[in-house]
Design a binder for this molecule. Structure first.
Ligand code: PLP
Length: 423
């Protein structure tokens, strides 16, 4: 893709939108913003990596979720991307929130979100964070062990507890079940312990693992929840809330598609928690909302060509974002992501195996485990990675003194008025 084909922005140079907000003109896209920024930076000697988030995409993901899963209320999982503008958009659209810590609770409460619209879904919580939740009226808490019940009985006796079940997470790219979830065999004991401690269990939750590739795991977990609902009711709990967790695909064209996963969930809900059963159903989507919101543009800061034994020519590119920046999550994926090369290139150019290194002095600092096939590029050239919104900037560090990649937010007129953003 050549530089210079972006639309000219009509924004006046002196406009005073909030520093990280780019006001989109009608017809202008986030991609236009990326190209414009690349052009501006290329004219200077500072070619820092940057991210552009399209908040309109976030709003359309919300709409898609509500359409495909009409019985399920989304509690956006803040850990996935805690960017303040993203949280503000979601709060304005009426989303609730899944928080994992006091820090996330503070961030969401500061937006004016009602404590009743938060689930504190980390099953293993520090006592001080439980006390913070109690003090601020965040009552919906997830647990999966007797030890957690004892802490909650002491520090948040008025909590409404949700029992997280163990689920099958094979086929998920980021499994969670080795760390969290009570097995069915121990649920009766936990439900009785809660009752004996005077605690109210109101429902069950599960998480099939992030980027679940086996939709049937949702159906199996929903069926397990039904069994535990019956168990809980027999023991004397008022079971009224089902939390189906996260794990939904983040990108269009993923296998399976979100619509397929949603279809499996809707069928399982109709079977085990039919309409009219009076059960409130919630989910904790993270990746589904955030992935396609952001693009990251990074620059080649250094380059080496090496000849491998056998004469294979290999290129090493050194980029200004990497494992210790926004690419950390990709060290868990076996296949590399393909960048968009922002340069006019002949399609006939030969491709070379390329290792993409990040900027630090650590040799582990690679963007991906495997090589990527790219044409020969130069120092100063730009690569753009789409689908960079989930588990990226939240995991950035300042290792080796490199600043986290900056983010700007492209916002169209409708969202600007919803959020009351004015120059
Ligand atoms: N809820 C909990 C408790 C999680 O641990 C996670 C991710 O780790 C999520 C929700 C979000 O999952 P995803 O991004 O796959 O939707």
């Amino acid at each position: 893709i050549p530089i210079g084909n972006s639309k000219e922005s009509k924004e006046s140079p002196g406009s005073t939108w909030p520093k990280d907000i780019i006001a989109l003109e009608p017809g202008e896209t986030a991609w236009d913003v990326v190209l414009k920024k690349i052009k501006e930076l290329s004219d200077s000697d500072c070619r820092d990596a940057f991210m552009v988030a399209d908040l309109g995409v976030l709003a359309s993901r919300h709409q898609l979720f509500r359409q495909a899963l009409p019985r399920v209320s989304p509690f956006y999982s803040v850990k996935c991307s805690s960017s303040p503008w993203m949280l503000r958009v979601l709060a304005a659209l009426g989303t609730s929130f899944d928080c994992a810590s006091q820090g996330e609770l503070e961030q969401v409460l500061a937006l004016g979100v009602a404590p009743s619209c938060i689930v504190y879904a980390n099953p293993c919580k520090p006592v001080s964070h439980i006390r913070f939740a109690a003090l601020h009226g965040v009552n919906l808490l997830v647990f999966d062990s007797e030890e957690e019940l004892i802490k909650v009985a002491q520090h948040h006796p008025g909590a409404r507890l949700v029992l997280r079940l163990w689920t099958q997470d094979s086929g998920s790219l980021f499994p969670l079940s080795s760390k969290f979830g009570a097995r069915l065999e121990v649920c009766e004991h936990l439900l009785k312990s809660a009752r004996d401690l005077g605690l109210a269990v109101v429902g069950t939750s599960f998480h099939v693992g992030s980027r679940c590739q086996t939709p049937h795991n949702f159906a199996k977990a929903i069926a397990d929840c039904r069994r535990v609902f019956e168990m809980g009711s027999r023991i004397g709990h008022d079971m009224s809330l089902l939390d189906i967790g996260g794990g939904f695909p983040g990108e269009e064209g993923s296998d399976p598609e979100f619509e397929e996963v949603a279809g499996v969930i809707n069928t399982a809900l109709a079977q085990d928690f039919p309409k009219g059963s009076g059960i409130e159903i919630i989910a904790e989507p993270g990746r589904f909302y955030a992935t396609s919101v952001c693009m990251t543009a990074i620059n080649i800061i250094a380059k080496k060509a090496v000849l491998e034994p056998g004469g294979r020519r290999k290129l090493l590119y050194y980029l200004n974002d990497g494992h210790y920046g926004t690419f950390r999550i990709f060290s868990r994926e076996s296949e590399p992501r393909m960048p968009i090369v922002v340069k006019e290139l002949s399609p006939k150019l030969p491709l070379f195996p390329c290792t993409l290194f990040g900027p630090t002095c650590d040799a582990f600092d690679k963007l991906f485990l495997k090589e990527v096939q790219l044409p020969e590029l130069d120092v100063g050239d730009w690569l753009v990675f789409p689908f960079m919104g989930a588990y990226t900037s939240v995991m950035s560090s300042t290792f080796n003194g490199f600043s986290p990649t900056s983010i700007c937010y492209a916002v169209g007129p409708e969202l600007r008025s919803l959020l009351e953003i004015t120059p």
